[in-house]
Design a protein around this ligand. Structure first.
Ligand SMILES: Cc1ncc(COP(=O)(O)O)c(C=O)c1O
Length: 447
């Protein structure tokens, strides 16, 4: 670290508290000052491949003047007006119309938020409200999955299935439970199961019966588990999940905060398996991170019950339908269509996954290289045959990450799974450097 960087990190430590705050983990923080397409540039002018598109969000890369201009135009025209009932604005109306045409066929009604966690809370409140209106007020429980990430506002944290997020904030809200992830690499189906995917989906039925079907409001799942380590489910998993939700009157909520708007090679993730959710949530790539905006999408059926009820939904955020966020989202949707982001993510993702496998799959400590579209992960294990993990004290994932940073790529790890989700605009030359960097970093740490 140079003297200039050290001074900035010291000033940062004096007054800033960060997400996942930990002074020791922050001691070697990067200080970013610029962005050029798929690259981040630090205060010394060094360029790094943005291996996770910021936090999975910046699919369009840095420096897109269309997005900056849309924000500036809207700020000059009208920076803000309330989105509370009785007040609206043209950009929000246009955005909802566009979303109705883009999302799953039955999802045509949208409530806008500032991000993912607020969207999780909004869906939990929508599901509870819906069941009360349906005369089933006891249906309040939320089932989600181990390794699922749905944000860390308090209700979202309870849905998130990564235990280290809970410990220091217990007790959690009652009525939240988790089933195992379908995790093709690690999930062990019981003897006699027709397939691993069906067995993993049947964990939901088991849990619903255990909790009591009359008490379960919703099941929330990411089409591809992202922050939990890029876990791509089996092809028969979500169709079976849909059947189980239908059987027990449980709403299926698709958390598309990462998978929405093209990342997996489809506009939305469940399209891979032809499954229709009842509620969706999105954030991140809808503005490519240029403005904080998220939202939920509501089925026609739920919206009709809400609209006919005469009972207001007492849920509200100051920044719901923010005109600037909506203007940036509209410009981003234009860009996604004009530059065919969905096809780009599909094709570039295939290329990246093939090359990652060529570069790494034979390494004795690479347990699995996996991905869908432009989201991939490399999972390291101590014993490849037995799939035994490394002891956490060895910090293999963090050490490999440090080696990739030395070689010009910055991303994030979940334990010993290294996540890779570069901007969709990443060119092929840059994309092809990623497997090389990963192979060198792996060799540096594991031989
Ligand atoms: C699938 C998913 N849902 C929800 C969230 C929470 O979003 P936010 O950090 O904007 O609250 C995230 C964040 O990474 C996410 O990946």
């Amino acid at each position: 670290m140079t003297a200039q960087q050290q001074i900035l990190v010291n000033r940062d430590a004096a007054h800033l508290v960060h997400p996942l705050h930990s002074p020791s983990a922050h001691a070697t923080a990067q200080v970013w000052a610029g962005g050029e397409g798929a690259y981040l540039v630090d205060v010394e002018g060094n360029r790094f491949i943005d291996g996770l598109s910021g936090l999975w969000n910046n699919t369009a890369g840095n420096g897109r003047s269309e997005l900056a201009d849309a924000a500036a135009r809207q700020m000059k025209e009208m920076a803000f007006a309330s989105g509370y009932v009785g007040s609206t604005n043209p950009r929000a109306i246009e955005l909802a119309e566009r979303l109705a045409g883009l999302t799953y066929p039955g999802i045509n009604h949208f409530y806008l938020t500032s991000g993912g966690g607020e969207s999780t809370d909004s869906n939990i409140k929508m599901a509870r409200y819906y069941w009360k209106l349906m005369g089933k007020p006891e249906k309040t429980k939320v089932i989600s999955r181990i390794w699922g990430y749905h944000g860390v506002t308090f209700a979202a944290m309870c849905a998130t299935g990564i235990a280290p997020y809970w410990g220091m904030f217990e007790p959690r809200i009652p009525g939240f439970s988790h089933i195992p992830s379908p995790y093709p690499y690690l999930y062990e189906a019981p003897e006699g199961a027709s397939s691993q995917g069906i067995a993993a989906a049947d964990e939901l039925e088991k849990k619903i019966l255990e909790e009591g079907p009359d008490t379960v409001a919703m099941f929330i799942a990411e089409p591809v588990q992202g922050a939990g380590g890029v876990i791509v489910p089996q092809d028969d998993y979500f169709p079976r999940i849909r059947q189980i939700c239908d059987k027990y009157d449980v709403l299926l909520v698709s958390d598309e905060v990462i998978t929405g708007f093209g990342r997996t090679g489809r506009m939305f993730g469940l399209e891979h398996w032809g499954v229709q959710p009842d509620l969706i949530q999105f954030a991140k790539a809808i503005t490519s991170g240029y403005f904080p905006l998220g939202g939920i999408g509501i089925s026609d059926e739920i919206a009709a019950v809400m609209n006919d009820s005469g009972s207001p939904w007492m849920h509200a955020y100051t920044y719901s339908s923010h005109p600037v966020g909506c203007a940036v989202a509209l410009a981003m949707l234009d860009l996604i269509e004009r530059e065919q982001f969905v096809d780009q993510a599909r094709d570039k993702g295939r290329r990246l996954l093939v090359k990652l496998k060529e570069a790494l799959a034979d390494h004795p400590h690479v347990g699995e290289v996996r991905g869908l579209g432009l989201m991939c992960a490399v999972e390291y294990v101590q014993d490849k045959a037995a799939k035994t993990p490394f002891d956490a004290s060895e910090a293999i994932g963090s050490r490999i990450h440090a080696e990739t940073v030395k070689r010009g790529m910055f991303s994030r790890v979940r334990g010993d799974a290294y996540c890779i989700a570069p901007p969709i605009v990443t060119d092929e030359t840059t994309l092809d450097q990623i497997p090389q960097i990963m192979a060198e970093a792996t060799k540096a740490v594991l031989g």
